[in-house]
Ligand binder design. Sequence first.
Ligand code: NAP
Length: 507
Amino acid sequence: MATDIGSLQLPLSTRLLIDGEEGPATGGEEFYRENPADNRQVATAAAKGSAEDARAAIDAARRAFDSNTQNWIYNYKLREQVLYQTAQLIREHAPRLAEVVSLEVGMPIRQAIPHVAAAADIFEFYAGLAGKLYGESFTLPTGSMINLVKEPIGVIGMITPWNFPLTQTARKVAPALAVGCTLVIKPASYTPAATYELVKLMHQTALPNGVVNLVSGPGTVVGAEIVTSRKVDKISFTGESGTGKDIAVQAARDIKRISLELGGKAPYVVFDDADMEGASRAAVFGMFRNAGQACGATTRLLVQESVHDEFLAKVVHLSQNIKVGNPADESTDMGPLISASQEQVVQEYIKFGLDAGYDMVTGGHKLQGGLYDNGYYLEPTIFDGVDNSSRLAQEEIFGPVVVVTTFKDEEEAIHLANDVEFGLVAGVWSADYPRAMRVARRIQAGTVWIWDNYAQPVEGIWGGYKQSGIGRELGYYGLDDFQEVKQIFTDGTGLTMKPAYSQVISE
Ligand code: NAP
C-alpha cells in the first residue's frame, strides 16, 4: 500500500546500476525493506540482484578499468570533477537523502542530517586529493633511477553495512575513485535505497559508464559472487567481524587484497579528576546515538572507583531523559532498532545480564503502546557492576545496552580497556593531560578520543586494531587502501656489459 512519510512516497523503489544503465534484476525479482519505525509500512521495494547480475557488474567494472575508459586512470581532472560534483549533488539533495536514511535505518532525523553532510565532505576531501597523488623517485650512485609510482589496484568490490549507509559507502567510494579504481558496490539489504540514491546522483556527474556499478541483493549471493570472483582485485568490506572473517578466508584463496572495517566494543575510561559534566554527556551521546548501533558506540564505561556513584548518577539521569520515538520527528533522540531479529538479540543480552545478577540501573524494557507496538523500540539500558569477562562486556551487542565496570588505578584501567578481542575506538577522560595521553598511547584501538567521544574528521583516519579490522579509511591513509606501489627502475649507467652480468656471462 502506498503511503507518505515526510516528503517521501512509499515504497521507495530501487534498481540495479550496471555499466551506466539502470534496470531491474534479472528475472525482475524484488525484496522488500520494512520501515523499522512502523513495520506495517514497506519502506523500499528493491531490485534483488542475482549472481548473474553481480557478474555483469563485475564485467562492466573490469572493462572500464582494463580499457582505461575515457582515460579514467590518468585523467585526474575527470576524477576530481566527478567527486566534486557528487559532493555538490549530495548537498543539493540533502533533505531527501536524510529522510531516506532516517526511514531505512530508523535513525533520528537530527542524526541523519549531519550524516548526509559528512558524506558530502568525504567526497569533497578526496576530490581535492585526486590531483595530488605524487610518487617518489631516488637516484642511485650509478645514475640509475628508482621511480616508485602508486597505481590503482583495479576493480574493487565494496560490501557495505546498514548502520551509517552513506558515510560507510563514501569512505570507500571517494578514495577509490580518487586514485582511479572502478567499483562494484553491494549495499546492505536493510538500506538499499540510501545507497541507490547516492549512486544515482553519481550517475548525474561526468562519471564514465562502468566505473561505478551497484547491485543490491542478498550478501550470500551477490556479496559471495563479488568476493570469489577472480575478476575483482580487492574487497573493501564493512560489517560484522564474523562476516569479515569468512570474507578473509575466501579472499585468501586468490591472495585477493582485502580491507576490513569490523565490529567494536569501545571502552570509555573515566578517571577521578575528569570533568564529570563533559564526560557524562559525551558518554551518553556515544552510547545511544543511532540506538547504539554503531561500530564505535561506547559500550563499556570504565570508571575509577571513587567517582563511580557521581558519574553513574549523571549518566543515568541523561539516559532517562532520552526520548525514544519516531525517527522522522525532530524531537526524537533515539529511534527503533533495525529489525525484529536485532531487537531479539538485544533482549537476549538483557536477559543474560539479569540472569547473571548484574544491576540493571536503568532501562531494559521494550516500549509498548501506540507507535511502539509496530516497531523495535527498546529503552536505553545500563548494567552496573559487570565483570569484564562477562559476555555483556566482551561481545558486540549492537544496541542500546551499556555496561559499567570500576577500576582502581591507571594500570587496571588500561588492562580492562584492552581485555577484549576488538580494538576500534576508545575514550579517555582525565584533567591530567600527561596521564590521558599515556593511557591513550597504551590502549589498543585505531582511534582514542581524549575529552571527546565522536569526532571522525575526514582528515583523520578510521580503522581497527585486533579483530576490529585491517586497513584504514579516511585521510591520506584512505588512499593507500586502493593503491599498489610499483617500482620502475631505469638504468643510468649506459653500460652494455654491467658488472653483475659477469656472474653469468664470461667474455
Ligand atoms: P553484516 O551482516 O556483516 O553485513 C555487512 C554486509 O555484508 C552487507 O552488505 C551484507 O549483505 C553482506 N554480507 C553478508 N553475508 C555475506 C557473505 N557471505 N559474503 C559477502 N557479503 C556478505 O553487517 P551489518 O549487520 O550490515 O553491519 C553491522 C556490523 O558492521 C557491526 O558489527 C558493526 O560494528 C560493523 N561496522 C563496522 C564499521 C567500522 O568502520 N569498523 C562501521 C560500521 C559498521 P546483506 O545485508 O544482504 O546480508
